[in-house]
Structures are given as C-alpha cells and as structure tokens.
Design a protein around this ligand. Sequence first.
Ligand SMILES: Cc1ncc(COP(=O)(O)O)c(C=O)c1O
Length: 471
Amino acid sequence: MASETEILFTEAARLASAFRLVEPELHRPTMQYRECLAALTEDLQEESVAADDVLRRLVEKAEPGLHHMVRPRFFGWVIGGSHPMGVAADFLTSAWGQNAGNHTASPAAASFEAVAATWLLSVLGLPERSSVGFVTGATVANFTCLAAARGEVLRQAGWNADALGLFGAPPITVLIGDDAHTTIFSALQFLGLGHDRVVRIPTDMQGRIRTGEFEKTLRNLSGPIIAVLQAGQINTGAFDAFADLIPLAQQKAAWVHVDGAFGLWARASPSAKHLCPGVELADSWATDGHKWLQTPYDSGYAIVKNETAHRRAMTITASYLPIAQEGDRDPSHYVPELSRRARGFTTWAMLKYLGRSGVVELVDRCCLAARFIAERLSLEPDIEVVNDVVLNQIICRFGAERSSSEADELTRRVIHRLQREGIIFVTGAKWRQREVLRISICNYQTDAREAELAAQTIVTAFHREREDDQA
Ligand SMILES: Cc1ncc(COP(=O)(O)O)c(C=O)c1O
C-alpha cells in the first residue's frame, strides 16, 4: 500500500505537470487579488482536512489567480521561466528539507553550493577566487555586496563598521547612476547609507552613466567611496561603460559594485559579451538565477572578489554552531540568513542540465527574439522603439504622429488591450517622463515563432486601438 507521503508527492507532481502542459487560454490570471482573497477567506476550521483534499483545494483556489509567468509569451517585468529541470530539483530540495546554514548540518547542501559557485564564476567570467552567497534574489544580493563594500571601505579608513556600526564613522560617498534599479536604493537604505544620501550621476538616453560626469564628480572626492554601476538597465538593457568607469573609480580606491540582475548573463555568450568589457574588474556583482538561468524562485547570487570582506560582513557565529576549518564552506557566511533553503541544488541542476553551450543558446535565443520583435515593430511608421535593443529588453511607444500626451494615452490603451486579450503579457513604465510598453524576453521557450506571434499581436492591438479612435 502506498503511504500518504507517496500519494501526496505523486499527486503534487501530477498537478504540477498538468499546470505546465496545458496551454492556457489566456496569458493572465482570470481572478485578480481581491476576488482571489474573497474566494479564499474563511475561518480556520477546528478539525484536520485530508491531505488529498487540501491539495485539491490549494490548486482550485490558486490557479485562477496564477499569472502564466512560465509561458513563452510572458514579457512582464523581468521574469525567468522556472525551467522544469530547476523545478524538479526544487521539489527534491523541499522534500529533503535541508537547512543550508552550515556544512555540518547539510554536507550536501554546502558542497553543491561550493561547486555551483565555481561554475557560476566560470560561466560569468568573474575572478575565480570570488565568494558567492546564494540569496533570495538580486535585491538581497545587492544588499549583501554593499554590506561587504561598506565594511571594507570603512576598514581601510580605520573604522570597524561591523563592530561599531556607523555611529561616528567616516562618511561614505556613494556614487550611483540616475537610472540605477530601485532595489539598490533600498539596499542603501537598509545599510544606513540612505537612499537619498547619494551622489547621482547623470545618464544618457539609454540610462548609461556619463563617463565625463563620473570622472568630474570623482575628481573632487576623497575618503571612503562606493560606486554602483549597472549591467542591464531594467527598461533599456543598457550597460555602463565598465572599462572606462572602473579604472577611474579605482584611482580613488573606491569599491565598485555592479548590479547585473539579468544583464550579467551577457558575459556567458560570445555574441553578447562585447556589451560589458571590463565588468570583471569590479569588486562585487549581484545577479539572479531566477531570471536568465531559469531556476525557480527564489535564487540570486551575491558575488564578492574579496572573500574576507564578504565574510566579515555576513558571518554568523555561536558556540552551538560548528566552526568551519580550512577547506570547509559554511553557506551562512556569505548571506544575511542563518537558516535557509538549500538553493545550491537548483543552480547546480540548471547549470549541469544546460552546460556551457545551453547557457549560451539561452542568452542568444532571448536576445534574438528581442531583436526580431524590435525590428518588426520598427517597420510600423507610428510605433517608436525607444531604446537601442542590445539585449533582451524592448521599450516602445505608440502614436509617433501624435502629441506626447496623446501618444502616452494611446500607449496606455495598447498595454491595457494586450493585457485584456491575454495572448501575450506585457507591462508599462515611464521612460524619460513618457509612457512606454516594456517587453522583457527572459524565458527559455521564447523562440522565433513566439517572437513573431508576439510582434504581430502588438501591431494588431495598436491598429485596433487606432481604429477605435477613428470610429
Ligand atoms: C537591474 C535589476 N536589479 C535588481 C533587481 C531586483 O531583483 P530581484 O527582484 O530578483 O530581487 C532587478 C529586478 O528586475 C533588476 O532588473
């Protein structure tokens, strides 16, 4: 007789496959938050409910409110596709229930992280002795790297920030591009560096830091400095000019951090690598597994060249915890948490499954799809592709022949129409004070056929909105 565990796990796998294998009619949830909440809200009952019934109700209540983020025509925000390989490894991660805090608690979790870390550094072409923290995502990766940066620049100024905090510490100057991702500002806030107490460097039309302005600002600075650069701007996909900026910052002994949540993966591909020369010269890098590597949520990497600075900022010790000897690696020494999920398993599984060539193909396929869509949209006289499509991000506007505010309105309407129709999913943003439609290609299934369908769907939605105007 199968045990309850076996029945439950088999049924969960069956339900998961059913969700992934059936093509949804609409690329959007059929119920929004308030409806989902209303359908779910009830008092907790006194008695236990049978396991299979719990699973059935879970699916019944959740599925109408699930966004089809794993599908090839989901282009919202920057969302990876949770590849079945990563999901399968994640099932096992949950079933194994490992606390990945230290190498004694889970030798397997610690060693898979150690190996996945060396593979990541190799694929991304970063200094091989860098340390890697397996965190929830780029937000916490940025936080972790900037904590290491804060500690190290203050240590060099003769201050022990890890012990004494910032009370009475020499002030740190943080240089940051005007178009940095919002989570960098959050990380600075969490670290007591303040999201507004930064020197913002003007950027160009693609969101890249202007080198001349960066140089001019640095010239007058002294004392501890952290410079935050970016690989892959959230809207344009643009890269800062690392090869110029990093040596300038290093002349002032600044710590250079690169936020490369998705863009750092350009390093993996011979045809995209030219976008970020010199990025390897930085001191730390944040990137995500749950974006371009397609691991399921959550998965990010905090990579720091100076392992000692990384460990100084993060290490947790107590008499009841094991002490790592030379050659041991305790995952908790590189992340803010002690107890946490064993994230190394999914990263290891995805890299093993794809191999180097698979990662290259994945990056190239997304870039190719983005270029195809951009070219197709550019053929339409009244659609303006606003960015230089160098990577996987496209922003565009509709109604080039109209006034700016009318084009804003039309762009909003095209986005809403596309969201209602549900053939593809896209979102909007403001770029240079104007409304844009954002398309982010970050799914392992988005091939030329899907790109063609997506481009056609956008063009048709635009024509329909315009016809409605004329009606
Ligand atoms: C450039 C950049 N940095 C940081 C983040 C935050 O990443 P996460 O949501 O994985 O924490 C994102 C998310 O899209 C991003 O694009």
